[in-house]
Design a binder for this molecule. Structure first.
Ligand code: F0G
Length: 459
């Protein structure tokens, strides 16, 4: 199989790439980013972090904060600002950046009440340039694609990775191939990929089928794979955890709750928390819990039916299309993070997701359905006693509300058709959150009557 990056390209740098299963250091990276020896996933580790040579934690914190006031392109990125803990590019100035990261942490007071915790915050990764957390990983991985002189990049996607990749490829003067499941991605995401100029192929299969097809393409065509099996993606995504802690003045929360699809993101965030602890930047790590949709619950079943030994693949079906994944690639990385941080895995129903999404909207923030699993999951974790009301909790909201407007409109109108549940049962369970648009004649009396009716509803 072709190689995309050779020994000398890695070893002269601040990092090496190692297999997560057999521990073999990779002397070259294969096009599928799998271990040359055993075929498992790879991860980046930093060679200069022994006790004598590790960067000084206080100096890191000061440097990262100082860069926030700099107008240099790299410093203005909420990812590259943390380049001291990222794999080194040959030339930092060749990074392809859209000033990603720098996303807000919001208080969610109404959601806190509904979940039964005193205080709840959300880091909104949907506020990235293309509206999802994927941008933080994409800026790093695509910069390595360009460094390795690739003209084409590719990904299989449920819509957000493809939107992000298409944008960054366009910025970097590269071409991109998007492979997505036909009819199963939200319009907002598809429209992004088209506008950013990707070659967009909608395959008659699901996400897992798209992954299989792309796996063959990368072996037959010189194209750089940008799915989250690419370890550089996770390096970029881990910066959200660093930025979060910085925003919390390095006060480590008790819990961080993350949606789980292909399971790269929670693995990346966990890697960052554990690395920061190893470096002495913080003294503890939050518990990282992963929430899946009941209809795409491979990790949940793997833990509960199989003690985490072998992946239980599922036939995925959920209206949270971003996480409609049955065979998650990073399940082992994810389980290790959950174990290392004493987190857990929970699953939530379509009705629970829909209610939670509307509640996050009602706090003036909003998110796409896959992100709302976090609040839905938190409610269950509070009920089970895993999260206490006094604990500090941060939800990771992964995608912007406007990514999937059809879901939101259909939900509020009451015509969302939900898998595995009768429509009238779903409508009854979500009645309190739905706010249907009202069509009226063009006169003030009609609108005033609507206002009065609303007052009664509120009262
Ligand atoms: N939330 C959103 C909005 C996503 O788009 C995804 C994944 C996830 C959560 C799950 O993250 O896969 O790292 O566990 N979307 C991918 C895509 C699969 O192709 O856009 P994960």
């Amino acid at each position: 199989m072709g190689l995309l990056q050779t020994d000398s390209a890695i070893t002269a740098k601040n990092y090496q790439v190692r297999c997560i299963s057999c521990d073999e250091i990779q002397v070259a990276l294969a096009v599928d980013f799998r271990c040359a020896h055993c075929g498992d996933l790879l991860q980046v580790e930093f060679t200069g972090w022994s006790s004598e040579t590790a960067p000084d934690p206080e100096k890191l914190k000061t440097r990262w904060r100082e860069r926030r006031t700099s107008n240099q392109l790299l410093d203005a990125s909420g990812v590259w600002r943390f380049r001291d803990v990222l794999p080194e590019l040959d030339d930092w100035s060749s990074a392809i950046t859209l000033r990603e990261g720098n996303t807000p942490v919001y208080e969610l007071p109404r959601c806190a009440r509904s979940a039964g915790v005193d205080r709840l915050r959300a880091k909104h990764q949907g506020m990235n340039p293309t509206g999802s957390f994927k941008d933080t990983g994409m800026t790093v991985a695509i910069s390595f694609a360009r460094q390795n002189k690739f003209q084409w990049v590719a990904c299989a996607s449920t819509g957000n990775t493809s939107a992000s990749m298409a944008a960054y490829a366009a910025r970097g003067g590269m071409r991109s191939l998007v492979v997505i499941p036909d009819g199963k991605i939200a319009w907002g995401k598809l429209s992004q990929s088209l506008d950013y100029g990707a070659l967009t192929c909608q395959l008659r299969t699901d996400f897992d089928g798209c992954v299989r097809v792309l796996d063959e393409i990368i072996r037959r065509y010189p194209i750089y794979l940008l799915n989250s099996v690419n370890p550089y993606r996770l390096e970029g995504q881990k910066t959200a955890a660093i930025e979060l802690l910085e925003q919390l003045d390095w006060q480590v929360p008790d819990h961080v709750i993350v949606p789980g699809g292909n399971l790269g993101n929670n693995s990346a965030l966990g890697k960052a928390f554990l690395e920061l602890k190893a470096l002495g930047v913080v003294q503890s790590v939050p518990r990282i819990s992963v929430i899946q949709a009941e209809g795409a619950n491979a990790l949940y079943r793997t833990v509960h039916e199989n003690s985490g030994k072998e992946l239980v693949s599922v036939e995925a079906d959920t209206l949270a299309t971003a996480i409609r994944i049955g065979n998650p690639a990073s399940w082992k990385k994810s389980l290790r993070v959950i174990e290392a941080t004493n987190g857990c895995v929970e699953q939530v129903s379509e009705a629970e997701i829909a209610v939670a999404k509307a509640e996050i909207g009602a706090d003036g923030v909003g998110c796409e359905p896959a992100s709302a699993v976090t609040l839905a999951g938190l409610k269950k974790l509070v009920q089970s006693g895993f999260v206490r009301s006094v604990d500090s909790v941060v939800l990771i909201l992964t995608g912007h509300l406007l990514k999937d407007p059809e879901y939101t409109i259909q939900f509020h109108r009451g015509d969302l058709a939900v898998p595995r549940m009768a429509d009238n049962e779903f409508r009854a369970m979500t009645a309190r959150q739905r706010r249907s648009p009202i069509v009226l004649d063009a006169n003030a009396d009609a609108v005033l009557r609507a206002l009065e009716a609303e007052g009664k509803r509120d009262g």
